[in-house]
Write a protein that binds this ligand. Structure first.
Ligand SMILES: Cc1ncc(COP(=O)(O)O)c(C=O)c1O
Length: 277
């Protein structure tokens, strides 16, 4: 397997991350995951826009994002699968351990890889997934897509340990998102999802699904919802780059009234959009 590392395409085995890399020491790194449909990078510009906002917020030195696309395209020549994920990670670079930022001459560490996406079983997608709720105890800047995902990892593992697919995170009684996807409900034909605040990741798929909903004439309500409102909803579904649009059939053992009617329409619309590019 090949990967892009600091300007070069290398065999994965040749890549060695320094013991002083700030991504390793402090989680001082940002990442993006891009879905590739039939060789085409889907929603690339939106991913780069979000990455750019994160880099600016964390006061990274200028990172030339244009080179990332060329790197991704070069790596995609090696992966022929229909669906692929491109992963991009940028850390603040390498310096002997110190909380303070390194000087401006320290280059960031840039890593890109492309791997085949292993799709969920079609039957799982059709039946919907089971979920559990978990306390959202992440920091207050989760809108920045940092690699500091330990709370997400703990919640996902706890869900898995309970036989569930994912954990839906709850802050002060209100649903924020899941461990790696945004959460939507459908109430009397109206889509509802949490508004963009610092407490959710502004998902690219969420953004596109909201556009598609508009195109399909669906009404949208951007208001936070409680766990009780989610349990009483007609449908619940997740959106994400790898998750796409995925129906939830159960939350904490409670069966959701309906599975798939709206989410399937949106998934098909997403696939139409992805295959047009
Ligand atoms: C916590 C969290 N929320 C939402 C999402 C969905 O975002 P996107 O649609 O950009 O993949 C992700 C994706 O990784 C995520 O990690």
């Amino acid at each position: 397997m090949l990967a892009y590392f600091n300007g070069e395409i290398l065999a994965a085995e040749q890549i060695a991350i320094s013991m002083d890399d700030r991504g390793f020491l402090f989680g001082d790194a940002l990442y993006e995951v891009v879905h590739v449909y039939r060789g085409q990078l889907f929603a690339w510009d939106l991913h780069m826009q979000r990455l750019g906002q994160g880099l600016a917020e964390l006061r990274y030195p200028d990172v030339r994002l244009e080179g990332l696309k060329a790197a991704a395209v070069a790596l995609l020549r090696e992966v022929e699968d229909e669906e692929v994920l491109v992963y991009i990670q940028i850390s603040r670079g390498v310096q002997p351990r110190s909380h303070l930022f390194p000087g401006p001459s320290t280059p960031p560490t840039v890593l890109v890889w492309a791997r085949p996406l292993v799709p969920l079983d079609a039957q799982v997608v059709a039946q919907g997934v089971s979920t559990v709720t978990a306390v959202d105890d992440r920091w207050a800047k989760v809108w920045i897509k940092t690699v500091g995902l330990l709370p997400n990892v703990m919640a996902k593992q706890a869900a898995n340990d309970q036989g569930a697919f994912d954990a839906i995170l709850v802050r002060d009684g209100m649903v924020t998102e899941s461990t790696s996807a945004n959460v939507f409900i459908v109430e009397a034909g109206v889509l509802r999802t949490a508004p963009v605040t610092n407490y959710i990741l502004p998902g690219i798929t969420r953004h596109i699904v909201l556009e598609l909903a508009g195109e399909l004439g669906m009404k949208v309500n951007l208001r936070p919802f409680s766990v009780a409102e989610m349990m009483n909803a007609d449908e619940v579904f997740l959106t994400g780059t790898t998750t796409e649009v995925l129906a939830v059939r159960e939350v904490d053992g409670h069966a959701i009234r309906r599975v798939g009617a709206t989410s399937q329409k949106l998934l098909q619309a997403l696939h139409r959009r992805a295959n047009q590019i």
